[in-house]
Design a binder for this molecule. Sequence first.
Ligand SMILES: [Zn+2]
Ligand SMILES: [Zn+2]
Length: 230
Amino acid sequence: MKPVNILDTQSFRPERMAVVDAVKELIERSHPPQPITVNDFGCWRHPMWRDPENRLQPFLSVDWYLANAWDQERQQVNGNTLMDTIVSEPWRREDVIGDHYDIFVVDQDLYAHERPTSEDFIVGIARPAIGTVVSTYRLESLSDPFFLLKTIIMHEMCHVFGTPDRKRDDVDRQAHGVHCTNRCIMRFPAKTPQDWERFTEDRFLVGPLCINCSEDLWRHFHGGRKRHER
Ligand SMILES: [Zn+2]
Ligand SMILES: [Zn+2]
């Protein structure tokens, strides 16, 4: 089973456990046949991250990924660029579309081109089988961002794990991705933070995923088999 690697632009983040917690809860719910390792690398820097002239070296630090995706004009991180960089990591084994999943947490504001929402920012972008980039910037003013961040990470990682399945009848297939139409954290979040607050309340009241999304998540980790075919 591919491990999940967590990278963060901050070396200390009070709500950091929310990220690890979110992944662990998804893994627990999907009962993978073998354990999945979660590596929290934090603000990762390879010993050779800068050259003798002090320049950032490609792929060798969180700092480089961030600088490479930084949009000076908008003062925001370009989520598409960061996602593309993650996809093109030289150590990704091409034959298996990557041998790990990435969660890249940034504290800067984030945007994406192909997400025509009413807002000029996003809190997360995900690519199936590869990973997600999540920004905590819009959560900073909230009194308790822990639970919201956990919901956001769970939502984005479900996209990474192919949930919801786009072939289902009860999904909404838009430019911003496939979303569930049931009472579920995989609904489309049109407004931040209001929708995330609603999803978080529901997560505590009825659980994070509807029956069909739980089934999709289970199937992702069991070679496409249905749960009752066990
Ligand atoms: Zn989504
Ligand atoms: Zn659902």
